[in-house]
Design a protein around this ligand. Sequence first.
Ligand code: ZN
Length: 150
Amino acid sequence: MRYVKGSIPYGEIYYTNSTCLPVSSRDNPVDRVRIEGLFHPIIEAGAITHVWLGESKPSKESLANFVVKVFRETQNDQIAFSPEFTNCLQCGRTVRGLRDSCPHCGAVEVDGITRITGYFTKISGWNKGKLGELKERNKNRGFFCDRQEI
Ligand SMILES: [Zn+2]
């Protein structure tokens, strides 16, 4: 088992928080919520499972089905759906997903926004370790039924 996560040569080293499985774990999100939830009853301060969404925008029905399933079938105390966004520093618009440029005005002056630990923040302020974690996240592509909107 490899205990150090990330890339040592690039200094992108991070650790896995709390009772969370590694962010790169390929378990489907229901299994992740179930496995991590096994520990939640013994964490008095509370624990949370992140469901990384990347650029997907699941339908409300898909999210509702997921929440009902994990409520009925797991011991998990909390889940958080965690999408990613790109904010354009030129026109000010925000769109789903992490992009290299703005789909509205074409500007390359953009910043990503997503959750680290429990908070949404701009990626430009992250250290190398957090950036390494972001690269390795399993974003559950194809698991949820998406609505195709920007
Ligand atoms: Zn723009």
